[in-house]
Design a protein around this ligand. Structure first.
Ligand code: KG4
Ligand code: ZN
Length: 376
């Protein structure tokens, strides 16, 4: 893998934070490889991102309409060494300067997870450094504590404190969690079938819009009429905080099948995307409203509502959640766009948070394709 190819994905630095207190600043190298991004970052315990490289494999998978696990694993092997080398170079650090090594150890596509995890294990063993096995979902869940803003003011960095109510929506997961602390997650609700990201990707595929579908549907929805088509809001007339998206997907398929090909023009696609997206937004706010009723009566009630995961990039979801938080007298926080989808900085930050509480690896760890946050 050439440096030139990888350099295009350099995410730059964020070095605004000053060191506070007497504690020694910890420097962590984080590696992410659980899906279709090979990424590494160097983050410090004062919340600075010293360097961040994301090598996205999207072009490699695009022609198949989704991630092909075997191709992803091969691409990770080719990219991982160069991504790590470049990250160190960009930060102006050598591996000896790094205090902690962290990598995703699951959940995810096992071929990719193995490559990042074994690279991290090799470096940590060779250099005698502490190693953290990061749960990928915990990376998404904790990254708002590294860097977060509100939906309407991306310039102000919000300090997200425990406990917080988290909407975690990615390609593989859709959960509402109460985040009590590092390693302490209470599941409030989850999807019974597809994830939110999967629903976006499948609807985009039906419309022939390409992969990944979320960002394209989001863009088209901004040009469309949310009221033109009616999609169901599954479970929204029921109590509880669980989700179901497969009915929306089936309704989308049926609507497309009954529409004459000649009527499927740009305006139709924009309105379709807007109406579909609105049904997802309504499901999320409905389920979060129920979750709030549950968590606000707790002794330690959360003060902040947070969205994370790739779907957190969605503009309509961000603003609907910000509005709900406002109505509920809560703060709202979301990671900046480049820290929503998979990235090495969230793994490095989760590495730092786990290292601070002494959660490092003492024995060989086998990567896990499935690893719920409630099993940390
Ligand atoms: O967190 P992530 O990078 O990977 C997983 O851990 O799964 O999330 C990827 C998902 C994909 O399904 C993608 O379509 C979705 O996030 N996504 C979006 C947007 N940007 C990415 N979904 C809705 N709107 C977006 N703007
Ligand atoms: Zn992810």
């Amino acid at each position: 893998m050439s440096e030139e190819k990888i350099i295009r994905m350099d995410m730059g630095k964020n070095t605004e934070h000053e060191h506070i207190g007497n504690e020694k600043t910890v420097l962590c190298l984080g590696i992410e490889s659980s899906c279709d991004e090979t990424s590494a970052a160097i983050v410090d315990s004062d919340r600075n991102i010293l360097a961040h490289i994301i090598y996205s494999q999207i072009p490699e998978h695009q022609k198949y309409g989704g991630v092909v696990p075997e191709l992803a694993a091969r691409a990770h092997i080719l990219a991982v060494d160069e991504v790590i080398r470049l990250t160190l170079e960009r930060a102006g650090k050598s591996i000896d300067d790094i205090d902690v090594i962290a990598a995703t150890a699951g959940p995810g596509l096992i071929g990719g997870v193995l490559i990042g995890w074994m690279s991290a294990t090799g470096i940590a063993n060779a250099k005698n450094k502490p190693l953290v096995a990061v749960n990928h979902l915990e990376g998404h869940a904790l990254v708002p504590r590294l860097c977060a803003a509100s939906a309407s003011d991306s310039a102000t960095n919000i300090n997200v404190e425990f406990p917080y109510l988290l909407m975690l929506a990615s390609g593989g997961h859709c959960q509402i969690l109460l985040v009590h602390n590092v390693g302490k997650y209470e599941l409030i609700g989850q999807t019974l079938d597809d994830s939110a990201g999967e629903a976006f990707d499948k609807v985009a595929k039906m419309l022939g819009l390409g992969y990944p579908g979320g960002p394209i549907v989001d863009k088209r929805a901004q040009l469309g009429n949310v009221k033109r088509f009616h999609f169901p809001r599954p479970l929204c007339d029921k109590p509880g905080c669980d989700f179901s998206f497969s009915g929306i997907k089936t309704a989308a398929r049926m609507l497309l099948d009954k529409t004459p090909q000649t009527d499927i023009n740009e305006e139709f696609i924009n309105d379709f995307c807007a109406s579909f997206q609105q049904s997802v937004v309504d499901c999320i706010t409905n389920r979060l409203t129920n979750a709030l009723k549950d968590v606000r009566v707790r002794k330690a009630a959360p003060k902040t509502m947070v969205v994370a995961g790739g779907v957190a990039k969605n503009s309509a979801i961000r603003s609907a959640m910000e509005e709900l938080a406002k109505q509920s007298n809560m703060l709202f926080a979301a990671p900046p766009m480049n820290l929503c989808t998979d990235n090495g900085a969230m793994i490095a930050w989760a590495g730092i948070e786990n290292y601070r509480v002494g959660n490092i690896v003492h024995e060989p760890v086998a990567p896990r394709p499935r690893w719920p946050l409630t099993e940390l």
